[in-house]
Design a protein around this ligand. Structure first.
Ligand code: ADP
Ligand code: TYD
Length: 211
């Protein structure tokens, strides 16, 4: 039955190791328990454009940072609009969507190499098609995030990665400040236990389901 009620879009954001994917899973468990129809997904996607991005990220393919930024834009538009699993269609059908990263990830990560203004312009089509009901930023200290990453990896270039996480976190905060009048953003302290963070994520989104 089509009640005409749209789904909501929750975009989870954070630096690598912040606990975003864990929170996406815990939120989806909660929504399942409550019988809320939902779809969980992530960017970069597993589409052909997404796999090109992964090839660049793993060094198997070379591309200028501006090209990478444009690939993320293309991957995102496909994520929204593709006929099979497009997010825009799901929201229209009344299915709520949990996104593990959306355009704020581009603002935070690509702005290391590309001007933030350009990135905001380049993502304007995505934000006009689908702006998150709320962006939930899991704000985890870069040292804590690094510890979590190191535990799960064989080898990593520690200093380089830590500095990058510090920079990316700063870029997130700058982007939130810059777009504060257009975007709903909830910042949650990600340094605490998974359960405590999950409860705060739920508190941040629960109200939107009954609006
Ligand atoms: P992200 O998706 O942000 O990169 P993950 O959710 O994959 O982060 O978490 C990275 C690692 O940290 C995983 O091993 C996960 O089990 C662990 N982790 C996630 N949240 C917490 C937390 N609140 N406290 C301790 N460890 C956590
Ligand atoms: P992934 O392996 O999914 O990591 P995570 O679990 O931390 O999300 O890889 C995603 C990587 O892609 C992550 O390092 C951030 C980066 N990224 C961008 O640089 N720009 C973007 O627009 C998006 C969506 C992701």
């Amino acid at each position: 039955m089509d009640t005409g009620k749209k789904g909501i879009l929750i975009a989870l954001e954070g630096i690598d190791g912040s606990g975003k994917s864990t929170q996406a899973r815990l939120l989806s468990d909660r929504m399942r328990e409550m019988g809320i129809p939902f779809y969980m997904t992530m960017e970069p996607t597993d589409s052909p454009i997404g796999s090109m991005i992964r090839q660049v990220m793993t060094g198997r393919m070379q591309a200028d940072p501006k090209v990478i930024a444009a690939l993320f834009v293309a991957d995102r538009l496909d994520h929204l609009l593709n006929e099979g699993n497009g997010i825009a269609g799901k929201i229209e059908e009344g299915i709520s969507v949990i996104m593990d990263r959306y355009y704020f990830s581009s603002y935070a990560y690509q702005s290391v190499d590309v001007p933030l203004d350009w990135l905001i312009q380049a993502n304007a089509l995505s934000s006009s098609i689908l702006r998150p009901t709320v962006n939930v930023f899991i704000d985890t200290d870069p040292d804590t995030a690094m510890e979590r990453i190191v535990k799960n990896r064989f080898a990593t270039e520690l200093f380089e990665e830590r500095d990058r996480l510090v920079q990316v976190r700063r870029n997130y905060l700058e982007a939130f400040e810059r777009l504060g009048d257009k975007e709903r953003v909830t910042v949650i302290d990600g340094n605490r236990s998974q359960e405590t963070v999950a409860q705060e994520v739920w508190d941040a989104v629960a109200g939107y389901f009954i609006e």
